[in-house]
Design a protein around this ligand. Sequence first.
Ligand SMILES: [Zn+2]
Length: 215
Amino acid sequence: MFIGHFALGFAAKRAAPRISLGTLCGAAVLSDLLWPVLVAVGIEQVRILPGATAFTPLEFVSYPYSHSLLCVAIWGLAVGGLYGLRLHGFRAMAVVALLVLSHWVLDWVTHAPDMPLYPGGPRYGLGLWYSVPATIVVESTLFVAGVWTYVRLTRPRDGAGHWGLVSLVLLLVIAYVANILGGPPPSIDALWMVALAGGAMTLLMALWIDGHRTI
Ligand SMILES: [Zn+2]
């Protein structure tokens, strides 16, 4: 799943209005930020395999540290704990930790049965990705609902708060469509570089935009 994770980040603003959109989205996509780094250094493996599922040409051979339920829960507790204790209290900790954990749940719904319970453990996945139309309907609905929640809750302080948000939403939609229509990535290196750079850029945009909007 891709924009569905961002949808939860946008929607979580309702549960924790004082946390920046950048942090909320960062928590929701944390696994997908760790993954390209671990692929780059060879700790996790992915294979380009057109037709792996209808939706993605990627076979996730092994990703125990970024995408097993146990490790995602540990990441959630660690990141949520640090963030909550240092800055914002228990509620912030719970929201951030649950967002990190939500990544596993959404990926479990979408992926082929490749989501491990724990490193080396059994792998599960409900396989929404076997159907392109169903994936698009589910993910787009989540995304519209999430963005709508954020737009209703916050208002721009200035032009940057308005046009920045419009740009971020457009960027995510364009990236999503390009992902669907584009062919498989040319190489694993290109894959992890684009994933890492794209993730970092969108989160920096979200941090910046949230500073230009108010509740
Ligand atoms: Zn993921």
